[in-house]
Design a protein around this ligand. Structure first.
Ligand code: ZN
Length: 241
């Protein structure tokens, strides 16, 4: 079983009727329902819980953390961000969705500004698979069409991704690197673009397929944790001075 925790700030859904209509139980519940099963076990956590639901114990029991945030980025405690970063370095997978590009944890792990162009015009997005051999693209057609989404456009201020899986085209003319992977320490990170809160994107079976694939890809490999620091020789050394 891969143990997933879906973290959502869970603010828009309580404040904005337009969002509540689309995700009455919150984005985290829609995602949890959408990806659970087939060897994936899902729990959820939200901003308002003590320690934002991301206690040492919870993180120790999480193979892959999924992150959705937007208006509450600044309300996330720096100590918790530090804790999540350490867990990623030690091998926990992290999937950052949509407006999570501006979350403290994503910016900290990327080390860049992570800014981009955006527009809310309910336009068509076509997400092209540009790395069909990658496990995150497993089972997908050549492209996924989303009839109505927010636009994110280049330049996306991230470090050059280790792997680029998807590139989005938008009706208004912009393009965006919408599926990127990064390794940090022993952890694998997948950024996936779609999922503005006013659109039913997280009910789209192909979008859910990508996130499920991402979970399987980002799950810890089981490789030994490297030992760092001063090291004793494995073989006798003929010290020649
Ligand atoms: Zn958005």
């Amino acid at each position: 079983m891969i143990k997933v925790t879906v973290w959502n700030e869970f603010l828009h859904e309580k404040i904005h009727d337009e969002v509540k209509k689309v995700y009455p139980d919150g984005i985290h519940q829609a995602l949890a329902k959408g990806i659970a099963g087939d060897g994936i076990e899902v729990a959820t956590a939200t901003l308002e819980e003590p320690e934002h639901g991301l206690t040492e114990e919870r993180l120790a029991n999480t193979d892959v953390l999924i992150w959705w945030g937007h208006m509450g980025h600044d309300q996330v405690d720096d100590a918790i961000v530090q804790r999540v970063q350490q867990r990623v370095w030690n091998g926990m997978g992290l999937i950052v969705l949509h407006s999570g590009h501006f979350s403290k944890i994503f910016k900290k792990l990327m080390g860049t500004g992570c800014d981009l162009k955006w527009r809310e015009a309910g336009e068509k997005e076509r997400i092209w698979v540009v790395n069909p051999a990658h496990p995150i693209a497993a089972g997908l057609p050549e492209y996924i069409t989303i009839d109505s989404e927010e636009m994110y456009g280049e330049h996306f201020d991230i470090p050059a991704p280790d792997e680029l899986i998807f590139v989005s085209w938008f009706e208004g003319g912009e393009v965006f690197r919408s599926g990127c992977t990064f390794n940090r320490g022993q952890g694998k990170i997948f950024y996936f673009r779609p999922g503005h809160e006013t659109y039913p994107t997280y009910y789209n079976p192909q979008v859910l397929q990508v996130i499920q694939n991402g979970v399987r890809w980002a799950a810890p490999s089981g490789a030994a944790v490297p030992v760092r620091g001063n090291h004793q020789p494995l073989e006798p050394i003929a010290n020649k001075g």
